[in-house]
Design a protein around this ligand. Structure first.
Ligand code: NAD
Length: 327
């Protein structure tokens, strides 16, 4: 029997942490994958495992450039838009570049997707959109005021996506990622995320430096749960499930102190000296919210989301990967 031809996906930011994991996963599932990336924070080594795959195409380009966006969406069925400048501190240091990439670049991608008549535009939104709202768990319909330029850009993305679905009939789904972690997340640089940074520091026998007293908590979300949400958002046939946003999380929270003790425990299986490394505490960081926890009921109900990895399960995988790849 002739096999059905799989769809073509455009993964922007496909050389980054989340994007490269999405590329890898969907190539394994026999989709055709196009990656658009300017390597601002992504890396060629993230593409190593599949750069020569016959169904993979790399377009080196910038989402701030409308021609690059138009070229990238040609013949594409689904867009998984990940390209952005992440990090709250980066956006505080350079709000203009963050806005150019995250807002203007996002709008360019929406326009290009509409003109190319893509079937659906799925995009990386953010838990930072909850801003100063204090209630827990976070439910999609109740947000606060943004606490950083980055959070503004991610909220504006949701507003634009909503208008594009209402005005032009472009199907969109936003995934509000909560502190994603896992293989290929960059441990280096001033704006590195906390888990890979702590792993690296511990592996080098340095003290992990926590901003604040370590009692802030987060809904740490393993990459495979995020991949599952992207796949569900792309494939859902439920008309009630589209043109909306979803929390993309595990649905549990852990403090930074908890996180470090898990990391020390798991890493000390490879290097027993790590068990004795002490944590250093510093001042709270600007723009940080104290606690974050997602309700994942909407994703469960409308998309059938069923996250497989808790923080501890994900950390086992991530630590193993970092040990093999960074040591
Ligand atoms: P990342 O920095 O590893 O990946 C972003 C990718 O986008 C990089 O490959 C980068 O080179 C690319 N990029 C940046 N500017 C670009 C431009 N102008 N043109 C083309 N490509 C460009 O970050 P990530 O953690 O993989 O994040 C992916 C997405 O998820 C981002 O939109 C981010 O805001 C969002 N997000 C991530 C998290 C998280 O915990 N990692 C949480 C919430 C939201």
């Amino acid at each position: 029997m002739k096999q059905e031809t799989k769809s073509t996906l455009l993964i922007t930011g496909g050389a980054g942490f989340i994007g490269s994991n999405l590329c890898e996963y969907f190539l394994e599932k026999e989709y055709k994958v196009i990656c658009l990336d300017n390597f601002a924070t992504g890396h060629r080594y993230n593409l190593k495992g599949f750069i020569n795959h016959p169904n993979f195409k790399l377009i080196e380009g910038d989402i701030r450039n409308v021609i690059d966006c138009a070229n990238a969406v040609k013949g594409v069925d689904y867009v998984l838009h990940q390209a952005a400048l992440g990090s709250v501190p980066r956006s505080i240091n350079d709000p203009i570049t963050t806005n150019d990439v995250n807002v203007s670049g996002f709008l360019n991608m929406l326009v290009a997707s509409r003109e190319a008549k893509v079937k659906r535009f799925i995009y990386a939104a953010s838990s930072s959109t909850y801003g100063d709202s204090v209630g827990l768990p976070k439910v999609e319909e109740v947000i606060g005021k943004p606490l950083s330029p980055y959070a503004i850009t991610k909220y504006v993305n949701e507003l634009y996506a909503d208008i594009f679905s209402k005005t032009y009939g472009l199907e969109t789904i936003g995934l509000r990622y909560f502190n994603v972690f896992g293989r290929k997340q960059d441990p280096k640089g001033a704006y590195a995320a906390v888990i890979p940074k702590f792993v690296m520091q511990l592996m080098q026998h340095e003290s992990p430096k926590i901003n604040g007293d370590g009692n802030f908590s987060r809904d740490f979300t393993y990459i495979d749960n995020v991949i599952q949400m992207n796949e569900l958002a792309m494939t859902t046939q439920n008309p009630l499930a589209i043109n909306t946003v979803y929390n993309t999380a595990y649905g549990d929270r852990n403090t930074l102190n908890n996180l470090v003790s898990y990391l020390k425990e798991y890493l000390s299986k490879y290097d027993s000296k790590i068990a004795n490394i002490e944590v250093e505490y510093g001042p709270d960081r600007e723009g940080d919210i104290p606690h974050s926890l997602a309700s994942i009921d909407k994703a469960k109900g409308l998309l059938g989301y069923d996250p497989k990895y808790s923080l501890q399960e994900g950390l086992h995988e991530a630590v193993d990967w970092y040990w093999k790849n960074l040591k």
